[in-house]
Design a protein around this ligand. Sequence first.
Ligand SMILES: [Zn+2]
Length: 339
Amino acid sequence: MNTQISSIIDMPATESEPVVMGIDLGGTSVKLGLLQGEQIIARTSILTNEYDQPRDAFIQARRFAEQALTSAGYQFEQLQAVGLAMAGVIDEATATLMETANLRAWHGIGFYRELQSVFGKPVAVINDANAAALGEACYGEHPADSLTFLTLGTGVGGGVIVGGRPINGEHGCGGEIGHVTIEYGSDARRCGCGKPGHLEAYAGAGGIVRSAQELLAESSQESLMREIDDLTSEKIADAAEAGDKIASQVVRQTAIYLGRAISMLAHIADPDVVLLGGAVTFGGHATSTGRGFLRSIREENARLSLQQIGTTIEINFASLGNDAGMLGAARHASQIAFR
Ligand SMILES: [Zn+2]
């Protein structure tokens, strides 16, 4: 397979700053990037399902690195470290994938060993949500040494950065914000993990659809959503944007749950910035529904939190999109290699 260098920033590499590589291993694609300081000098992505083994994907990544470094006037020797971001629970000592919804065939493989044998460089492995948090903290529109990141999608993931470094915790569960409990009643929903009342059961894509179905069943009010068979969080966002009252109520309810979770986290980590990324942000800054969603989250956090953190913490949408994980992986590699 040919690796295309999809872009080389028109800035020649300088001798002084080291080059690091970030690899973001996703269920669909593997994003690769070479960074020098804050500058991406080359990037590309390859398809995950073209590789039976992670080793084959890493060999392809190395080929890309060699080719891109040559184009930038470098040699492969000048690559200082490689960082890998991946989904799931990772054993820190060996970087073995312990638990994940995707990439089941890759379970039980020690990724440090594989990466090191392919690249022959210092390597670092990091959970993808922590990587995205680190990427946003270092390269996003709201950089901060202390930042909490929530990724809203099918699941709710998260990363907590304190003092410029991600908190992984003693069991690999630090920053697992989706599993914070926000409902305690006997009728609290079950999370995908099996436990009751977790944020993900309310603010994940499936949870949002369920909220809509419950509100539709309780109400006799007209709603555009009654005509939709396969309701999704995107269609709920569209209905809300078209002025649908029940859909707007779903958005607000989701915001309230997120505001509760953020308030809880704010009293533990007291970050400068809290960012919301992922696909389920109801349009983000681009729609009035998205902006209203953000406003409601801020209001709920302010309502529940100590005054010092109720309004001073910057709560906003993330800015790096799909690049955050790759950038964070590269940053993590430089933290490990140059500490
Ligand atoms: Zn859970």
